[in-house]
Design a protein around this ligand. Structure first.
Ligand code: FAD
Ligand code: SF4
Length: 473
């Protein structure tokens, strides 16, 4: 008899919408075992190829079924340093679950029947955390004399630091912001990425000897040359993609129109949701419009709606997207949660102009209706405008979440560092080495906006190449 997939427990909607508490509560032990037992233990497990770091999914699930959670934890940690983080934020429906044999062939994302690999991974990762399981340090005496600098403390920087520190290399992470974690801290809200999980992983690295230097913008405080002169033998660049793209339409600079990055940074990093306990204001509107269809748009919308509720306003937050729900790049679960929480969706709509009042604040938007045309390079059907279909929407706050570009500061002051036409750092794809000898890169600064696990995968590849590079010094 076919066994139903086990749904993870979630915070009730009414308890979610006026707090930033974690929404997905995951599995308890019984639920974990029930879900793990559904795994078919395929002879050739296709799910592994769907994971950007190739976790041995079949083995870890087998160990879970045997209640060997410690063994499962160490199996995952062979390729993924942060299972509790990935188990929470990985878009598994486009990765391991999509290639699970239980997903229907040709489906744009995983079928509901596919094994909930991410929730099993989360359970095992949390087990490792609560039981203080530690991956042994394997000091390599040939490497302990070296110092490596890591620029940026997002998933790429942290993964690379962990990988190198484990071998006894002295690693310093330089972070431009006052807190580490990259997008995991300033972008993804606590209701998806609880800060105690992130803090635990960062403290773990610190205990392993990784030094983290906050408020240290490389390119302004130090150049790459200066880092080499200070004795760093290699440098890993994980600066990410934090520069927001804009729509380029009339009226985009009216007051109360935020980039998603600014809005989310205020809310998450600067804790505006705890105002006045934290002194970061955010001028939340009565009619909020979010433009975009990715995770950033979902996070912005769900945060805006919570802020409306916290401020005792009637929630009115709408996502505008040029295509339909099927083409939305956001995680399916985030779309589902946004809908449950009361976010409105308007599909096949393209913003044309923001209209402001005499006070300089946005008050309306003019939009055009669209229909779907032929698929574009991404394989998704392209939005085609319908002439004459203009209409207006009331809007006293807008958040633009239509993409992010590479952080430029360091690139501008380091012209020898080659970049491509998108402004991303160019690397040798086998070693992740940049155009400067001894400087490696990975994460969103290389591939553009990607996923947490993809960033970590690139960092791991770069770290292996850094070891080879150091051993040749
Ligand atoms: P980042 O996380 O951007 O970290 C880069 C760090 O470098 C930052 O802390 C930055 O301050 C620092 N920095 C930049 N320049 C310098 C400098 N010159 N000197 C020192 N420090 C510097 N992916 C998922 O898998 N699942 C999700 O659910 C998901 N949701 C997302 C939600 C949002 C709102 C956003 C924006 C992205 C989301 N992503 C998600 C994508 C994912 O977060 C990124 O792909 C990932 O964080 C990239 O990691 P990174 O280390 O390359 O860069
Ligand atoms: Fe799946 Fe992500 Fe875990 Fe890989 S890291 S197995 S893609 S949930």
């Amino acid at each position: 008899m076919k066994k139903e997939a086990v749904r993870a427990r979630e915070l009730e909607v009414k308890l979610r919408v006026d707090s930033f508490d974690e929404v997905v509560l995951g599995y308890n032990e019984n639920e974990t075992l029930k879900e793990a037992e559904r795994c078919l233990q395929c002879k050739n497990p296709a799910c592994i190829a769907g994971c950007p770091v190739g976790i041995d999914i079949k083995t870890f699930i087998y160990k879970v079924v045997k209640k060997d959670y410690e063994g499962a934890y160490f199996t995952i940690r062979e390729t993924n340093d942060f299972p509790s983080i990935c188990g929470r934020v990985c878009p598994a429906e486009y990765q391991c679950r999509k290639t699970c044999v239980l997903t229907k062939k040709g489906s744009p994302f995983s079928s509901p029947d596919a094994i909930n690999i991410h929730f099993l991974e989360r359970f095992v990762g949390d087990y490792g955390m609560t039981h203080n399981l530690e991956v042994p340090v394997k000091k390599d005496e040939r490497l302990t004399k070296f110092k490596v600098a890591v620029v940026g403390s997002g998933p790429a920087g942290l993964a690379s630091a962990g990988e190198l520190a484990r071998l006894g290399i002295s690693v310093t992470v330089f972070e431009g912001l006052h807190k580490s974690g990259g997008v995991l801290r300033y972008g993804i809200p606590p209701f998806r990425m609880p800060r105690n999980i992130l803090d635990f992983e960062i403290d773990y690295l610190k205990k392993k000897g990784v030094k983290i230097m906050p408020n240290y913008l490389i390119g302004a405080v130090r150049s790459l040359d200066e880092l080499f002169k200070e004795g760093y033998s290699a440098i890993f660049l994980g600066m990410g993609a934090g520069i927001p793209a804009f729509l380029g339409i009339k009226g985009e600079n009216y007051c109360n129109i935020y980039s998603a990055n600014e809005f989310l940074t205020r809310v998450n990093l600067m804790s505006a949701y705890k105002f006045p306990e934290f002194h970061t204001p955010v001028n939340i509107g009565e009619h909020v419009i979010i433009i975009g269809g990715g995770n950033t748009a979902m996070d912005a919308a769900r945060s805006a709606l919570r802020l409306q509720k916290i401020n005792k306003m009637k929630p009115d937050t709408t996502i505008l997207y040029r295509r339909t729900e099927v083409e939305m790049p956001a995680r399916r679960l985030e779309i589902e949660h946004a809908e449950e929480e009361g976010v409105n969706f308007k599909f096949l709509v393209k913003p044309e102009e923001f209209i402001g009042g005499d006070n300089g604040f946005v008050k309306k938007m003019r939009c055009l209706e669209c229909k779907l045309g032929e698929p574009d390079n991404s394989g998704r059907r392209r939005p085609v405008e319908i002439p004459g279909s203009d209409f207006e929407l009331t809007c006293d706050m807008a958040v633009i979440a239509v993409g992010l570009k590479a952080n430029q500061l360091l690139l501008k002051v380091t012209p020898e560092l080659k970049t491509d036409k998108y402004g991303d750092v160019t690397v040798n794809p086998d070693t992740m080495e940049t155009s400067i000898a001894g400087v490696f890169a990975g994460g969103d600064i290389v591939g553009g906006e990607g996923t947490v696990i993809e960033a970590m995968g690139m960092a791991k590849k770069a770290s292996k190449a850094i070891l080879d590079y150091l051993l040749k010094q």
